[in-house]
Write a protein that binds this ligand. Structure first.
Ligand code: FAD
Length: 428
């Protein structure tokens, strides 16, 4: 097809849809992105609270997220203004800490593990042995299995699992270690620790998530002639002789030659009820809770990011250190757990008590806000079959963090999926 005849719809303005539309617009193709919500960003967006901008959940990127960094650079985002880049350092309360050494990868990790605080020698060696075993296997497991089964088979001591492997699993896969895909976890270890030291850097946003990615990418789409239509849910898609008819909220019908569906999997189902593209996989979801606690503005934590190996709180971020929101602490609780049975007030009180126990000097908080994302990510379980970006129907594609790829539900996974769908559109 002549490029000038292509007319592409992208459904969904999360990072998958935005990265797809951006690539397509940059290629000079007519593209329109429809987003059901009044704002872009999907599961990575800014939220207004009182007079400040929070995020729907504190996000963290890794140095290995190359496509995310490329996208940011290509739309003119200055990395050092947008992200605080910290060499890998895990400070897990009460007693574990790991700091990467100033050596080439993977020695930076291996020597870091050999001097990790809070582990006995046999635990440090077990961690190193496990990493070297993965390296010898080129990070490719013979078959996928729950991560805990793999760790037990490889004789990883319980305390090492609790302090290191499990917190990394929750942070990266947002899936309990008992069911999480060992292969996807190993993919993340491979990309973060094995090639270049800076791949394991922690990248913490200095600006809100909308300013970090969705707004500048949207500007670039428009600059390249693409259209973005907000508050416009696509209700359903039909095939016709020219391609597809999209029925948009308000009963508007528009024709397109190509369509990229970049919504969550549960929305794909309802939009495509008239098409035979149902995936064989039923996705389960995992929650992420973020508890924002506002302390007096002089309050500071020692580190921008602190982990907790016990209790409800998993990670605490000092937003004063990250983005100038002085005294504001964001506490993350990933994946399912007993905290889901608490009311928001009970949860906030429990987290405030845990912080006070860990940092006795903390003053009384002034206010708090809990954001519960019940379907934060798909459950990245062992053996999960994820759909390819190419559907059974020609010129109809999928994008989204849940589609086929090496990564769990992450910004990088979403952006990679959007790029793959865009390549298919461009090649078709
Ligand atoms: C609380 C939280 C914390 C997280 N932390 C991290 C982290 O630290 N690091 C990390 O890398 N990732 C993190 N993630 C995951 C990351 O945010 C997601 O993987 C990524 O944003 C998913 O993007 P997506 O485009 O695939 O999907 P989505 O963001 O869900 O985008 C889908 C879009 O489609 C729209 N839509 C749905 N139906 C329709 C329709 N009918 N018509 C039009 N539009 C429609 C939706 O409104 C939405 O905007 C976190 C997620 C959450 C929720």
């Amino acid at each position: 097809m002549d490029v000038s005849l292509k007319k592409v719809a992208v459904i969904g303005g999360g990072l998958a849809g935005l990265s797809a539309a951006n690539k397509i617009a940059e290629a000079g193709i007519d593209v329109t992105l429809f987003e059901a919500a009044p704002q872009l960003g999907g599961r990575a967006r800014a939220v207004v609270w009182k007079d400040q901008l929070l995020d729907n959940g504190q996000h963290i990127l890794l140095g290995a997220y190359q496509q995310s960094l490329n996208l940011m650079a290509s739309v003119g985002i200055n990395e050092s203004q947008a992200l605080l880049r910290l060499p890998l350092a895990l400070n897990m309360h009460p007693s574990f800490s790991l700091k990467a050494k100033n050596l080439p990868a993977p020695l930076h990790l291996l020597f870091g593990l050999s001097s990790a605080k809070g582990l006995a020698w046999h635990e440090r060696f077990a961690a190193i042995r496990f990493f070297l075993w993965l390296k010898a296997k080129h990070f490719k497991l013979r078959h996928d299995e729950p991560l805990l089964d793999l760790l037990n088979r490889k004789k990883q001591p319980p305390r090492l699992i609790k302090c290191l492997w499990e917190p990394l699993c929750l942070a990266a896969l947002n899936t309990p270690i008992t069911t999480a895909s060992a292969q996807v976890y190993v993919n993340v270890l491979r990309d973060s620790f094995n090639q270049s030291k800076k791949d394991s850097d922690l990248l913490l946003p200095k600006v809100d998530l909308s300013a970090l990615l969705s707004e500048p990418v949207a500007e670039n789409i428009k600059k390249n002639g693409g259209k973005i239509v907000l508050s416009s849910a696509v209700n359903d898609i039909k095939q016709n002789a020219n391609g597809f008819e999209l029925n948009i909220v308000g009963n508007k019908v528009i024709e397109f030659s190509h369509v990229v569906i970049a919504t969550s999997p549960h929305h794909v189902h309802s939009i495509t009820s008239q098409l035979n593209i149902a995936s064989e996989t039923t996705f389960d979801y995992q929650p992420i809770y973020t508890v924002y606690i506002q302390y007096p503005s002089h309050t500071k934590l020692k580190n921008p990011m602190t982990g907790f190996a016990q209790g409800i709180a998993q990670w605490a971020f000092d937003r004063g250190k990250l983005c100038g929101q002085d005294g504001l602490i964001a506490v993350i609780i990933s994946a399912e757990g007993s905290h889901q049975t608490l009311s928001q007030k009970e949860l906030a009180d429990a987290v405030i008590d845990e912080l006070k126990a860990a940092f006795p000097d903390l003053p009384r908080p002034e206010s708090h806000k809990v954001i519960a994302e019940k379907r934060a990510t798909f459950a990245c379980t062992a053996g999960l079959k994820r759909p390819n970006q190419q559907t059974k129907i020609k010129s109809l594609y999928l994008a989204g963090d849940y589609t086929e790829g090496d990564y769990p539900a992450t910004i990088e996974g979403a952006i990679r999926s959007g790029l793959s769908a865009a390549h298919l559109v461009l090649q078709s």
